[in-house]
Design a protein around this ligand. Sequence first.
Ligand code: CAA
Length: 221
Amino acid sequence: MSYETILVERKDSGVAIVRLNRPKVLNALNRQLMGELRDALEQLDNDEAVKVIVITGNERAFAAGADIKEMAPKGAIEMYLEDQFRTWDAIRRVRKPLIAAVSGYALGGGAELAMMCDIIIASDTAQFGQPEIKIGVIPGAGGTQWLPRLIGKSRAMELILTGRMFSAKEAYEWGLVSKIVPAEIYLEEALKMAEEIASMPPVAVQLAKEAINYAYQSFIM
Ligand code: CAA
């Protein structure tokens, strides 16, 4: 697997690491990166030696959202025809556990990518947010659905309508992330957790993931 915008590493423990790698633009999610991410996740999901996948960025940014410069000149029809939801759907279909190891900015599509993962480990420098409203759009990759389910309607509404960033501490208190650790060890901690899960019976792990995620798809009438 050789890519230009992500780095993929497989460990003997059954853990694979996918690192978003456009540091100059804070890992902005352009079409190439999203295509490569989808391809890598599909391959890792089909690889029997891989049990758990960790998605990370760098210390400054997990991802600062969709690539605004790429998005800006495009009209609604062009965006529709590109069918970017196909990529996001593919990520949602990954059956193996996905752990997001987040440091620095996780904004817009970056926050949505983290929320699409099954577990989020955050460094104490992590800053989350859905700032799309400030550029006249709405969270386009599930943020309007994930946030209210994960942190409640009132907070989600406030954060999406104001676009304000929120800290790792807030995210932890609201249940969005499962652990905050110092920035120096956030990836190490995520890998430790990934290794522990990778040592569990794999079919039960995948079924448990599927069952828990079903709780977020069904509606309470
Ligand atoms: N797209 C493209 N480039 C981006 C980017 C993005 N989302 N975020 C940052 N960059 C680029 C900057 O343009 C800059 O590049 P240059 O040096 O070439 O100018 C570089 O990354 C560093 O960024 P800053 O100089 O702005 O760094 P900062 O520390 O001063 O600010 C920041 C950091 C607050 C995250 C700021 O960059 C920012 O507000 N970025 C935009 C965040 C945003 O609005 N994200 C939502 C995008 S829309 C979306 O995601 C839709 C969806 O739901 C899928």
